[in-house]
Each structure stands twice: as structure tokens, then as C-alpha cells.
Design a protein around this ligand. Sequence first.
Ligand code: IPE
Ligand code: IPE
Ligand code: MG
Length: 254
Amino acid sequence: MVTAAAKAAAEVDGKPATGNRALPRHVAIIMDGNGRWASARGLPRVAGHRAGVQAVRRTIETAASLGVEWLTLYAFSSENWRRPASEVMDLTGLLRHFLKSEIAELKAKGVRLYFIGDRARFEQDIQIDLGLAERETAHNTRLNLVLALSYGARAEIAAAAKAVAEAAKAGTLDPAAFDEAMFAGYLSTTGIPDPDLIIRTSGEQRLSNFLLWQAAYAELLFLDLMWPDFGPEQFEAALAEYARRERRFGARPG
Ligand code: IPE
Ligand code: IPE
Ligand code: MG
């Protein structure tokens, strides 16, 4: 279902926007600003992360009801392990709780879960729940939800390059026949369409090691609000902005 607002946004003078698929097939979000949201309220950072989880819930619901096919949420970067141990504990604790409390509901809502990133860095019980969540929701088709956890694009690309080199060395891959599509097949996002729209909250204008290969032609949208303040209205406004963009992929403007 597409709401009236999203539909209106996708139209220019009553006609569908041209040169553009009005609704992005894949929206990826860099959920930033939890700490600043909390500080502004005199609260500890963990309160911001908790409020961030609420925003995650809302965003999943909105994506599903607007008809977005793929939603990727950057929840924890490979560099976020460098934060103080207490904050890492708070974040992994929230992840543990989210996996335990949300899976049944996501399953019921028709959401299929995927995880990208270095899951081996998480504690054993979390790794088990990640596998369980993927298996439990594997038949769902309403919304594909990708959580990027302990994810870093450079590590992902380096791991792919290593696997390619090993295959070439073993003689199972012909370097002369190798191309971009084949390389994409070695990334953790194999089978997932490239993001059409990448949103970052918090006002920072950088990718922070997120989907560097896949973002080649994504539309980028940087919002000044903090992640816990992101809701359905902001999501719909982001889709409206996307619908106004003209994507060219390097071809002549038409
Ligand atoms: C985003 O909020 C959550 C994670 C990166 C895990 P931050 O914790 O980065 O909040 P700020 O950017 O310090 O405000
Ligand atoms: C990016 O936010 C990572 C996530 C939102 C998970 P950071 O807060 O880690 O990014 P920097 O440090 O400001 O670049
Ligand atoms: Mg941040």
C-alpha cells in the first residue's frame, strides 16, 4: 500500500515523475545521532540508543506499509567496537534484546531478516539468535530487512578480493573473464539490489564505511534530525525528495 502523500510526491503536475522509478526499491539508512539526542536531553547515551530502537520499529513498519521492498539499517559499524566497553555492552545488549523480543512480531508481519557484517565478533548467544532469526523469517516476502551489524564496507571488499584471489589461484576462476557482476557475487550483499536511496540522520554528511561498492549510484539524503526523531513523516518526506531526483547513471540527461 502506498499512502496518498507518497503517491502525490511521486507525481509532478498529476503525472508520474519521469526518468525515475518513483518509489525506491531499496532504502538504506545510516541511523546516526542517538548520543546527541540523549545529550540534548541531559540523558545518558544509552537512553538515545533505546529511543533509537523505537525509531527502528517505526521505520520497519513504515517501510512495509509504503511498499519499499528492501530496507537496510546500519546499526553497528566495524569501527564502533572502538567505543568504550560500556557503550559496546549497551549496544550489544540492545541487539540481544531486540532479537529475542522482535523476531516473532517481524515473522508475523511478513518481514524477512538478513544480516551483513562480521557476526563472528558477537558473543555466541547473539550469533545463534542471528541464525535463528534468518531461518525463522526465510519464507517472508512483505519486506526484506537487512541489518548491518559489525559491518564495514572496506572489510567486505577486502574479503571479497581475497576470495577472488584464492579462486584464481585454485584455478576455479578465470581472471580474463572476471567482471563487476562477478565481483558483486563475492560481497555479503549478493542477491540484494543496490540501494536506490541512502539516508543519514544527525547532520553528518559522510558514509562512514557503509556500502561503498553498492552505493555507486545511490541518491544520498542527509537529514539534520537525530535518529530517535525519525518517524513515518520524515520517511515519507525522504521518499518525496527521492521522487524529485533525476537519476541518470551517467547517461545524457533526458
Ligand atoms: C548512532 O548514534 C548509533 C551507532 C552508531 C551505534 P551514535 O551513537 O553514533 O550517536 P552520536 O552520533 O554520537 O550522536
Ligand atoms: C555510523 O555512525 C555507523 C552507524 C550509524 C552504525 P558513527 O557515529 O559510527 O559514524 P562517525 O564516527 O560519526 O563517522
Ligand atoms: Mg554517531
